[in-house]
Design a protein around this ligand. Structure first.
Ligand code: GUN
Length: 291
């Protein structure tokens, strides 16, 4: 039976560290770090994520303001908002919540964010820096996964890491991080066109599932004793719940937990670490910004 990687406890430990660092930073005479979030439209999941980010930031002493605009905002107007935040010396971090409406080119907006304020780490300059091992803002989900492993004393050195999913937000930066000389894993990235996926996942010492399909990773795909990291957050109908659905990951949890050595639950796993690492990135942005 797998041990749980408890995202709630691990994220709390990260927040405690960040809060202490911010206290020392304030004691040295600096203003609190300032994160500005841009939220377009009223996508319920995005609104919920943003509330979570605001709550976490308040807990550690980061100031936040969320700028809300209607779904109908023009791309040029959104680019102007980003430019104004880039130019504002009182702003350390800028985060544009994704997804954006279809009429807005997401890449154009990400490119417009000042790389020095890009606490999501999605700007090509930060992605490139990550790939070559230069200092960079690291996307919060893969950063959080690495932090979970570190804080749980799970070694990555020489391990076979298999990532299922090749997104710019999770799969690609996760591969780059695990490949760095600080992690030294042997990395395979699988995706929807991978032939004989099970042959890859069955060889994984560390398996990262980031495909966005409920229960996609089944027990037969997992090696005995493997570390299973579930990035998925999927809604499935559940009439027994008042809201009519429940959240599940990409991993078929109970059977896989029987077989794995370690496993992250959903909810209560990677998602909370993602939120915590945004705080780490925002503090780093504030420190760099102050020189
Ligand atoms: N939407 C889902 N995850 C994220 C994230 O990490 N950052 C932003 N900006 N939007 C998201």
């Amino acid at each position: 039976m797998a041990q749980r990687l408890d995202g709630k406890a691990l994220a709390q430990a990260v927040r405690t560290d960040v809060r202490q660092e911010i206290t020392a930073w304030r004691d040295a005479g600096h203003r609190p770090p300032m994160l500005k979030v841009v939220l377009i439209g009223d996508h319920p999941a995005s609104a919920a994520y943003v509330r979570g980010k605001e709550k976490d930031a308040a807990e550690v002493g980061i100031d936040t303001e969320t700028l809300r605009y209607p779904e109908s905002i023009a791309e040029d107007e959104l680019l102007d908002v980003v430019q104004a935040l880039n130019a504002d010396a009182a702003v350390d971090g800028v985060l544009v919540q994704l997804p954006l409406p279809d009429h807005i080119n997401e890449q154009r907006v990400i490119h417009a964010i000042d790389p020095a304020k890009d606490v999501d780490g999605f700007h090509p300059e930060n992605m490139g820096r990550l790939l070559i091992g230069d200092p960079a803002f690291i996307p919060a989900t893969p950063y959080g996964i690495l932090e979970m492993l570190k804080r749980s004393d799970i070694a990555t050195e020489g391990q076979r890491a298999v990532i299922v999913g090749r997104s710019n937000i999770v799969g690609k930066p996760m591969a780059a991080l695990l490949l760095q000389r600080t992690a030294n894993a042997t990395v395979t990235v699988c995706h929807s066109r991978t032939r004989n996926l099970s042959a890859h996942t069955q060889a994984a010492d560390i398996l990262v599932a980031a495909v966005g399909r409920a229960g996609f990773i089944t027990a037969d795909m997992v090696k005995e004793g493997a570390v299973v990291i579930d990035v998925g957050i999927n809604r499935v109908d559940d009439p027994s719940r008042e809201r009519g659905y429940r959240l599940v990951g990409d991993v078929d949890f109970e059977p896989v937990a029987e077989k794995a050595g370690w496993i992250t639950p959903v909810p209560g796993g990677v998602g909370l670490m993602t939120r915590a690492m945004l705080l780490v990135n925002t503090l780093h942005a504030a420190k760099q910004h102050a020189g």
